[in-house]
Design a protein around this ligand. Structure first.
Ligand code: PLP
Length: 389
């Protein structure tokens, strides 16, 4: 059997299991309406929560930095890749997150790998929420510490695990701030209380909360008024561009510079990306009006869906999972939406439990009320169409 044939066999199995994935091509800049393969679509699936990915003033900021510093950083931070824009952005991030310091990574994914492989050591244990993001799961797998998974946002279960792990040297609780598939907010206040009681450290991945939660958009720390030991974030969601970061104490950052392999061995972000994120953070901090608009849209969509009789998962975040039921029905539903010019993916097992297949909607500040009304009307119509079939 040739190598490709062996791969094809596995791919056929993937297809048979209904788990085959394929790419969609976008042909215009991000926004609530996008030209993509299959035509113009209303997008209820992006992470561009504040609409900054297509923001013209950020394109201008990038241009200035591109002309001054070129298109690439030319090396890792510790060799030739440490531009003044990296340091400027890190200072801005620390100020934004109200921590002593911050450190940039090429992505949020790598920031999680960095934190989870550099901080917990052999003899330590990671207590990880059941629904944590794949990059946390991968970080736990690569870590030299043991990992114990606790039930999703179940504080009684977390406490039981803390009681059972007293013999470990150090304990780390690791959680998403806002969970990407369920739209739930981690009860960070309670997690911090438990951590204090049981002498554990807290790592929060605020990928979906940064720019969205809290009056200034600082994330779950601001929302709950707490200070976790380590906060991971991404610049790729509400911030609108690319890159990841860690914020925390000066000592934490110094430690990561010396011990985090994804920091040491990777080419740093292009300076222009840092300039974009820097200006985006300014807009986010001053963007109470945009966040207000986002909250109105979340409310309009949730109220409408509940009125239609749907079960919705999660808290008040831009991630709105609508439970459809059987996987096959969720797939038909997504197809129905697409026929009406709406792009929103069906999420099925094994990503979510059986019979909890869903349409995962995300809403942004850029959506108009009319677009949300159209989405709601489409849900109603598709439900009727599927009944007839
Ligand atoms: C998107 C996401 C990441 C990855 O961030 P990237 O910058 O896209 O690599 C990490 N954690 C969570 C919870 C996410 O949702």
């Amino acid at each position: 059997m040739s190598f490709d044939q062996s791969l094809q066999l596995r791919l056929d199995e993937t297809k048979k299991a209904g788990l085959y994935r394929s790419l969609r091509t976008m042909k215009t800049a991000p926004g609530s309406e996008v030209e993509m393969d299959g035509g113009k679509k209303l997008i209820f699936a992006s992470n561009n929560y504040l609409g900054l990915a297509g923001e013209e003033s950020l394109v201008e900021a990038a241009k200035v930095a591109l002309y001054q510093f070129g298109v690439g950083s030319s090396g890792s931070r510790l060799i030739t890749g440490n531009n003044e824009w990296h340091e400027r952005l890190e200072q801005r991030l620390a100020q934004f997150k109200q921590t002593e310091a911050a450190l940039l990574f090429s992505s949020g994914y790598l920031a999680n790998l960095a934190v989870l492989t550099a901080l917990p050591e052999k003899g330590d244990v990671l207590l990880s929420d059941q629904f944590n993001h794949a990059s946390i799961i991968d970080g736990c797998r690569l870590s030299n510490a043991d990992t114990i998974v606790y039930n999703h946002i179940d504080m009684a279960d977390l406490e039981k695990r803390l009681q059972a792990t007293a013999s470990y040297q150090r304990r780390f609780i690791v959680t998403d701030g806002v969970f990407s598939m369920d739209g739930t907010i981690a009860p960070l206040d309670q997690i911090m209380t438990l951590a204090k009681e049981y002498d554990a450290y807290v790592i929060v991945d605020d990928a979906h909360a940064t720019g969205v939660l809290g009056a200034k958009g600082r994330g779950t720390s601001e929302y709950f008024n707490v200070s976790p030991d380590v906060v991971v974030g991404t610049l790729s969601k509400a911030v609108g561009t690319e890159g990841g970061f860690v914020s925390g104490s000066q000592t934490l950052i110094e430690f990561l510079v010396n011990h985090a392999r994804p920091f040491i061995f990777q080419t740093s972000l292009p300076p222009a990306s840092c300039a974009i994120a820097y200006h985006a953070l300014e807009m986010i901090e001053a963007g109470e009006e945009k966040r207000q608009r986002l909250r109105q849209k979340i409310k309009q969509l949730k109220t409408g869906l509940i009125k239609l009789g749907y079960t919705i998962k999660g808290d008040d975040t831009p991630i709105i999972p609508v439970i459809i039921g059987e996987a096959s029905k969720a797939v038909l539903f997504a197809k129905g939406l697409e026929e009406k010019g709406i792009y929103a993916p069906a999420i099925r097992p094994p990503t979510v439990p059986d019979r909890e297949s869903r349409i995962r909607l995300t809403v942004t500040a850029d959506h108009t009320s009319a677009q949300i009304d159209y989405l709601l009307k489409s849900f109603e119509q598709i439900e009727k169409e599927l009944l007839v079939q």
